[in-house]
Ligand binder design. Structure first.
Ligand SMILES: [Zn+2]
Length: 347
């Protein structure tokens, strides 16, 4: 290892070390690389925004890196399989300009057979410069049947020095014949404390905002970042929580425009319902398990209110929010669903 590599390693997390919350998966990938037993096809499953694509790109870098480094913290083996992120192949892969790293994704609602055919003709030639050619197929569950069958043919007779990485929410969403040819790696939602630390340390977010956003992101870094981009969400969260507190203290005192404001925008409504569910849940656990509260910035307000709340009523109100969410997911009229929910919340 060169001196510059050593100092880089000391300075900041690079390569696999920069990926948060997926240590088990990375350990498996690094071990496969170290033993030179990389499966020719892998399926990464898990929710959107938890690092499947980022891990696939770092793996492509690791397979082709000119100056791989040892793994840092927590990894027991000492093989140099961690991509440096700075050599020519690493930079080309990171910027999406490597001729032997293919990224197939749905241009619209589906991945089409033409995309797979074009890929196959490219794969029939030798790699340009890669040690291992990588095909990243994002949202593989969106392949139509023809595309899926065409892909299956390639997987049955895989081209040399080529690794396929498919991503999807669930293995059940993909043709079983394709799944059976892949090594399956399930990705976990990122633990809240790791997400929070990431937002503070890597994104420079004030700790109080990071705590709130991490609690709302359901373990998805993509979701956390989309919330961060929008100051609206923090202001909105404050307003929703204040309204909920009023409804619980004095139902008649609620803002009559609140339901209208909630129903205005479907995307924002989804967040509003998440805020309510998380607040109601916290209210329920606050009395007996205060350490389990997610909305930690308002812990004392929750504790005070929880002492006055009747548990049966709380269950009924929580059900009202879940029912509104189900109705809206099923494309019901949002305004009506919200009004029905507000009636039950104010009872
Ligand atoms: Zn490199």
């Amino acid at each position: 290892m060169s001196t510059s590599n050593r100092s880089r390693l000391g300075k900041r997390a690079t390569g696999f070390d920069a990926i948060i919350g997926q240590q088990r998966q990375i350990r498996m990938l690094a071990a496969a690389l170290q033993k030179k037993e990389v499966p020719h096809a892998m399926l990464f499953t898990g929710e959107a925004g938890i690092g499947k694509k980022t891990t696939a790109i770092h793996f492509a870098m690791a397979c082709n890196c000119g100056h791989p480094m040892p793994m840092a913290g927590g990894f027991v083996f000492s093989g140099s399989v961690n991509p440096c992120g700075e050599c020519r192949p690493c930079r080309k892969i990171a910027s999406g300009n490597h001729p032997d790293v293919y990224h197939i994704q749905p241009p619209g609602a589906t991945i089409k057979i033409e995309q797979i055919r074009t890929l196959c003709s490219a794969l029939s030639l030798r790699p340009h410069e890669a040690l291992l050619r990588i095909v990243l197929l994002s949202d593989a569950h969106l392949m139509n049947a023809e595309a899926g069958n065409a892909l299956l043919k390639v997987l049955e007779e895989p081209p040399e020095k080529t690794v396929f990485i498919l991503t999807a929410p669930e293995a059940a969403d993909i043709l079983p014949t394709i799944v059976s040819r892949c090594r399956h790696l399930r990705f976990n939602p990122i633990p809240e404390d790791q997400l929070e630390a990431y937002l503070v340390e890597k994104r420079g977010m004030p700790p109080e905002n990071a705590m709130i956003i991490a609690s709302m992101a359901n373990g998805s870094i993509g979701r956390a970042l989309s919330i961060c981009d929008d100051d609206w969400i923090l202001l909105h969260r404050r307003r929703v929580i204040e309204q909920m507190e009023i409804i619980f203290r004095k139902p008649a005192g609620r803002d009559l425009h609140f339901a209208e404001m909630l129903a205005q925008d479907r995307k924002k409504l989804r967040f509003s319902l998440e805020i309510m569910k998380s607040w109601l849940r916290d209210l329920a656990v606050s009395r007996y398990f205060p350490e389990k509260v997610c909305n930690r910035d308002i812990r004392s307000r929750l504790a005070a209110l929880s002492r006055t709340v009747d548990m049966d009523g709380l269950i009924e109100k929580t059900d009202a929010v879940w029912q509104a969410e189900r109705a809206i997911t099923a494309n019901a009229n949002a305004r009506l669903a919200i009004e029905a929910m507000m009636m039950r919340l104010s009872e």
